[in-house]
Design a protein around this ligand. Structure first.
Ligand code: AHG
Ligand code: MN
Ligand code: MN
Length: 336
């Protein structure tokens, strides 16, 4: 008997269109945003892949709004996304980790009813040593009524996201996203130049092996955080020890834990009392993905997705990952 061994080939474009058909009222705008983001991801992947050859490594010699040194690739990735997304007529505004203010849609282009928030290159301080980096994005619906969006359109709780996702530029390039109906992962076939469905309906294990935290901040953590980390490491005898894995690129750490189970934490510490990671560009989108995959995310006090943002570049502590592992953090930190 001859078996059909051909694998079904589902490109990201086909998948997006098929998902759209399940929403009869859809205008196609959200699908268009996702398709354009996939193109931007391929363009950034090309730059990242050749980074050791082209003159794009290293610092750009300037700082971003958050006082962090900008890498050349931060700027290239930022410009790539802005240029890929500003003309499609689907967005009313954007905001980027690398830019101080809301990014308006130029007057020469039509506008739409969605808002795009993004971290163009996550983990960029690792780029010079060939460690995985990523792109993170969040899509919201416009709340204001004008043709162009306002700051208030960006400052919405993460629970209102209509889509979120990330790209990881690792040993392969993957794009993982959710529109609120599960989490789906696509791997870039470098010869075809297409993202192909490789990880349909990703579910995060309810508890996991991996603990991702930078414990060089231990002396600056509050005592309940120290006790929590001792618990995760099995040092208080109340649970099996987790394995510590910390890349220092949130996307890479999160992606590993999403597939393998575990917890990523960036607690507040005495040096960064509000945490380090950004609510709008990093924590909300990854919390949305994590919850859609069956996991959870808290800031130590409450669910991340319930936080009402007050500033574009707001930071937050985060505990993100497998449900049962996050539940331990809720209990030991007294979150509700
Ligand atoms: P970005 O490169 O976008 O500024 O983000 C860096 C972040 C994040 O990716 C990572 O988890 C964290 O910084 C690492 O910080 P520490 O070096 O303090 O552990
Ligand atoms: Mn980042
Ligand atoms: Mn970044």
């Amino acid at each position: 008997m001859v078996r059909n061994t051909a694998t079904s080939v589902v490109t990201i474009d086909r998948f997006i269109i098929e998902q759209e058909r399940e929403h009869p009222g859809a205008t196609g705008a959200l699908s268009g945003i996702l398709t354009d983001l996939a193109l931007a991801a391929k363009m950034i992947a090309n730059k990242v892949r050749a980074a050791g050859l082209a003159d794009v490594l290293g610092s750009a010699g300037q700082e971003n709004v958050q006082g962090e040194v900008q890498q050349k690739l931060d700027i290239i990735a930022n410009e790539t996304i802005v240029k890929a997304m500003d003309h499609g007529g689907r967005l009313c505004c954007m905001a980027s980790e690398e830019m101080e203010e809301i990014i308006p849609i130029p007057d020469k282009f039509p506008t739409g009813k969605y808002v795009l928030l993004f971290d163009p290159l996550d983990g960029s301080s690792n780029i010079d040593v060939n460690v995985p980096v990523g792109t993170i994005f969040s899509v919201l619906s416009q709340r204001s009524t004008g043709t162009h969006g306002t700051l208030a359109d960006a400052l919405q709780p993460g629970s209102t996201q209509v889509a979120a996702g990330y790209v990881i530029y690792g040993s392969s390039t993957m794009l993982v996203y959710s529109t609120g109906t599960g989490v789906h992962g696509f791997t870039l076939d470098p010869l075809l130049g297409e993202f192909l469905l490789s990880h349909p309906n990703i579910r995060i294990p309810t508890t996991g092996r991996y603990l991702s935290v930078n414990d060089s901040y231990e002396e600056h953590w509050a005592e309940p955080v120290r006790a929590l980390m001792r618990r995760y490491r099995g040092l208080d005898g109340k649970r099996a020890a987790m394995n510590v894995r910390y890349v220092g690129s949130m996307v890479a750490d999160f992606h590993r834990n999403l597939l393998g189970g575990g917890l990523f934490a960036y607690p507040a510490n005495a040096k960064s009392p509000g945490g380090k990671l950004r609510l709008l560009y990093e924590c909300n989108p990854l919390a949305f993905i994590c919850e859609q995959a069956g996991g959870a995310a808290i800031d130590g006090v409450q669910r991340v997705l319930d936080v009402q943002p007050t500033e574009l570049h707001q930071r937050t502590p985060i505990y993100l990952g497998s449900k049962d592992d996050v539940a331990i953090a809720s209990e030991m930190l007294g979150a509700h």
